[in-house]
Design a protein around this ligand. Structure first.
Ligand code: F6R
Length: 613
């Protein structure tokens, strides 16, 4: 999805912007550009395609200045082409804009402006923003007034950053709704603006996050934040603790590979500070969970998209089993349009790595409106999903760069487990022995995940055997049913192999017809309460000629005797089983995609943070 970087200060803005855009490449984009104020004139360089093309263009036709903005675009209105790439300059050339989001009423606005004689030079919705700004500047407004007037007529959700050659001392940035974040980085005598923290993290850790409906006037020494109606806002400056080095690839070929291997560390961090192994208790302070709320709540609804929703599926089993609270899992884009039945007795829990997914944020807004208690599990500190919730758990994984989510899948599994135990404790339904056992099991997790990663060699062999298949079926049951969905999602999104996750018990009701010698079937069958059922699934698939790849617990000879390939996992307490069973499946998807020579970190048509509906 689109990325934004801006700079104002004593240094040359061009390399700062190019470098910032590079750090946002992981979000996915199809064109890139920048605008810099050089000798009082706005100079734009932009190109369809990858950032490297923009870098060459800037080398051929250099540009430098002390204020500038840049953008990576993921096309929504108009093809990915140079003329549709951002930044966009108005007819007078005096104002320039980059934009994330969609102007929903752009056709009306475009017709209105065209009728006034404005000539459009792109097919984008964004261009109406800059032409409107031009109109207001021409009518005598200053940049802030022009921005306020323009924002007032735009429909939809937006992150917008602009500057004008008339007022070279400032950048104006605004956020309306949930089209991704707008963050301002405070430096010494210089300021940075971005859609995402990694773009500017190498320069500063002091960050101001704009809320929806706020506009910031960013100058070298000061930042003023106001509501769109002009009311001044007292903002907080957050210190972000992410390590910039952890946003780099290090020794790995791809970010995804690195992030799979980071899970020992991310899960250690997830548990650290939350679990007191001396007292055998769990602290989730930012959740603001009181015993009164824990006893009053009648049900939980988990809302999320994609991988986060799969994590929610595991959460359902955990919270129902451990805390005895009914849980529904709802795809966020479905929840909001269904007039869902939630009220003050319901906790709605959003799970989101980015904390900026438009569907999830819209579902949260719906839940808020219906009076539910709103919680979130998020990775991106300061994201909207964190800020608008009544309480939150932060994932502690550090930035996830690869588009396919891995460490931001396992961290919420452990968060949900801790939440289940904490909730059960507050509901006074856990006896001391069970609580101690559940908490003690957590301590095993980093080591068990490390042991799964140590077996990467075995997974590579299986990847080699499967790399040319056209389809693949993933079966799981109970707590590992979401593992089947997640394993299939990983494979399809990065290898482009058609893969389906299915509840194993449903096979006989239709999909079994698909199984033949060309259909590999990945069966998730660790020793858990559904083991015997899964074993018979393996037999059924074999009886129909299918190639069976089983995820099984070390030493399981019964599976070893029937499956064609086994991905071994160490014995894991079953409620934490999905944390280990997913590791070989992440590795399998990764190695198949790498063997197919694909762009693992930036798969086609996908974006890291989906900030449009
Ligand atoms: C798949 C993947 C996506 C995201 C989904 C939600 O690997 O990454 O399915 O999980 O787009 O994103 P967040 O968690 O940022 O809300």
């Amino acid at each position: 999805m689109c990325g934004i970087v801006g700079y104002i200060g004593p240094r040359d803005a061009t390399p700062i912007i190019l470098n910032g855009l590079k750090r946002l490449e992981y979000r996915g984009y199809d064109s890139a550009g920048l605008a810099v104020l050089q000798d009082g004139v706005i100079e734009v360089r932009r190109n369809a395609g990858k950032l490297a093309r923009l870098v060459s263009l800037v080398e051929q036709s250099p540009v430098s200045g002390q204020v500038g903005i840049g953008h990576t675009r993921w096309a929504t209105h108009g093809e990915p082409s140079t003329r549709n790439a951002h930044p966009h300059v108005g007819e007078t050339g005096e104002v320039v804009v980059v934009h994330n989001g969609i102007v929903e009423n752009f056709l009306e606005l475009r017709d209105e402006l065209s009728a006034e004689g404005v000539n459009f030079s792109s097919e984008t919705d964004t261009e109406v923003i800059v032409q409107l700004l031009d109109r207001y500047l021409g009518a005598g407004c200053n940049l802030v007034e022009a921005a306020g007037n323009t924002l007032a007529v735009l429909k939809g959700a937006h992150g917008i950053v602009m500057f004008s050659s008339r007022e070279p001392d400032k950048i104006v940035a605004a956020r309306i709704g949930n089209a991704g974040g707008v963050v301002i980085g405070k430096g010494e005598g210089e300021m940075f603006v971005a859609s995402d923290i990694p773009a500017i993290l190498e320069h500063t850790r002091q960050m101001i996050f704009l809320e929806s409906g706020q506009m910031a006037v960013v100058m070298r020494e000061t930042v003023d934040v106001q509501e769109l109606n002009g009311t001044r806002v007292d903002y907080e400056v957050h210190t972000v603790s992410w390590d910039p080095v952890s946003a780099e690839k290090g020794e790995y070929r791809h970010f995804m590979e690195k992030e799979i291997h980071e899970q020992v560390r991310s899960l250690t961090d997830t548990i650290a500070g939350r679990v007191d192994f001396d007292k055998m208790s769990i602290r989730l302070g930012q959740l603001n969970l009181t015993p009164e709320l824990a006893k009053r709540v009648q049900k939980m609804v988990i809302i999320a998209c994609g991988t986060a929703a799969n994590a929610g599926g595991v959460g359902k089993v955990l919270i129902e089993r451990i805390a005895r609270l009914p849980v529904e899992v709802d795809i966020a884009s479905e929840f909001r349009y269904r007039d869902p039945i939630v009220d003050e007795q319901t906790v709605v829990l959003a799970i989101s790595q980015s904390g900026e997914t438009a569907d999830t944020l819209a579902a949260m807004a719906e839940a808020r409106q219906k009076g539910a208690v709103l919680w979130s599990i998020v990775n991106a500190i300061g994201s909207q999903a964190m800020r608008i919730a009544d309480g939150y758990i932060s994932m502690q994984t550090g930035p996830e760069i690869g588009v396919a989510s891995t460490k931001a899948y396992t961290a919420p599994l452990v968060d949900l487990y801790m939440l289940a135990v904490h909730l059960a404790d507050m509901r006074e339904i856990l006896n001391d022995k069970s609580r101690r056992q559940l908490i003690a099991d957590l301590r095993l997790i980093p080591d068990l995940v490390g042991r799964c990663l140590d077996r990467e060699g075995q997974v590579k062999d299986v990847a080699y055997a499967l790399k040319d298949v056209a389809h693949c079926l993933y079966l799981g049951r109970g707590i590992n049913m979401p593992t089947a969905y997640e394993g299939a999602l990983k494979l399809k999104e990065i290898s482009y192999i058609h893969a389906e996750g299915y509840p194993a018990g449903e096979m006989k009701h239709g999909p079994i017809a698909l199984i033949d010698e060309d259909m590999p079937v990945v069966v998730i069958a660790p020793r858990d309460p559904w083991y015997e059922k899964m074993l018979s699934q393996v037999e059924q698939a074999k009886a129909r000629g299918g190639i069976v790849i089983a995820v099984a617990t070390d030493g399981d000879d019964r599976i070893a005797n029937i499956a064609d390939h086994v991905l071994w996992v160490p014995e894991t307490p079953w409620l934490l089983g999905p944390v280990t069973t997913i590791i070989p499946l992440q590795l399998l998807a990764y190695h198949i995609a790498a063997l197919r020579g694909l762009d693992v970190d930036q798969p086609r048509n996908l974006a890291k943070s989906v900030t449009v509906e």
